[in-house]
Design a protein around this ligand. Structure first.
Ligand code: ADP
Length: 184
């Protein structure tokens, strides 16, 4: 099973991805986590993307798509995966679909978490992870980028018939229940 967990920054994708991982035995793939780990380890890729992540803007599509395609070829992703933070542009969605198609596979479901903007801002600014992009200014940039570049990805998955959205406000368990009922 291949799932896209979709939603704006602060929607709770990472939290829910971990729960789906446990229940369904498929791996979470968070592009943001991968980039942050490269930055921390000062790899070539990390050096290339650091200033982009710090600014709240998007890493170029070609870099992200290549990274995800390379990653899912890993045996631990054989049973399926949950994409968290990818695709973030329609181009990424199209290119990844072309890759999946070439391997005879497809995305089974895209689940969008709906959370009002003021709640997103509150959650990000109070989570205290010490991320360089969790300042009020950078959060504003990220939400802007989400609306302009990422929200259209919903239309893409609606067109391919795999999109469903759920209310992302509530307890972690309530939200997880909504997700599993969509996946059942
Ligand atoms: P959040 O969802 O809280 O904004 P992420 O951890 O998903 O955080 O992403 C952090 C940053 O990593 C993004 O602001 C962006 O710079 C980069 N990034 C992650 N995924 C992608 C992607 N699919 N395309 C382009 N940039 C990405």
């Amino acid at each position: 099973m291949k799932i896209v967990l979709f939603g704006p920054p602060g929607a709770g994708k990472g939290t829910q991805a971990k729960l789906i991982e446990e229940k369904f035995g498929i791996k979470q793939l968070s592009t943001g986590d991968i980039f942050r780990s490269h930055i921390k380890n000062q790899t070539e890729l990390g050096k290339k993307v650091k200033s982009i992540l710090d600014s709240g803007n998007l890493v170029p599509d070609s870099v992200v798509v290549e990274l995800v395609v390379d990653t899912v070829k890993n045996p631990e992703f054989e049973k399926g995966y949950i994409l968290d933070g990818f695709p973030r542009t329609v181009v990424q969605a199209e290119e990844f679909d072309a890759f999946l198609q070439s391997t005879g596979s497809k995305i089974d479901a895209c689940i969008g978490l709906e959370v009002p903007k003021d709640e997103l801002i509150k959650r990000i600014l109070s989570r205290g992870e010490g991320r360089a992009d969790d300042t009020p200014e950078k959060v504003a940039v990220r939400l802007d980028v989400y609306e302009k570049e990422t929200a259209p990805v919903m239309g893409y998955y609606k067109k391919t018939g795999v999109f469903s959205s759920i209310d992302g406000v509530g307890t972690i368990d309530e939200i997880f229940g909504r997700i599993t009922s969509k996946l059942a």
